[in-house]
Design a protein around this ligand. Structure first.
Ligand SMILES: [Zn+2]
Length: 98
């Protein structure tokens, strides 16, 4: 969500008229606010952002964020295990030395 495209108040649009050839283009909410080529004239244009599209984007962003939080959690867990292992080894070594 870098730039704010002109949003439409409607939540669902089936077909969107191409700004170049005015032919109807099948609208997928996933493509909301994204640039795509018209299947009729191949001219590139930006799909309007819809509330549904924004929701899908937010859902995807949240899913991505959750993925990285999960990765960080596993990294922290891994480091904790390594830390415990190292301290255990040190404990054993120090115990043998003295
Ligand atoms: Zn077109």
């Amino acid at each position: 969500m870098t730039k704010e495209p002109n949003r439409l108040p409607t939540t669902e649009i089936d077909r969107f008229p191409c700004p170049n050839c005015s032919k109807k283009v099948l609208f997928d909410p996933i493509q909301s606010g994204k640039e795509l080529s018209c299947p009729h004239c191949w001219e590139k244009f930006q799909m309007p952002a819809t509330e549904l599209g924004l929701l899908i984007q937010i859902r995807d962003d949240t899913a991505k964020m959750c993925f990285w939080i999960q990765q960080l959690f596993w990294l922290a867990f891994f480091l904790l295990i390594i830390g415990l292992f190292i301290s255990f080894i040190l404990f054993v070594v120090v115990d043998r030395l003295f």
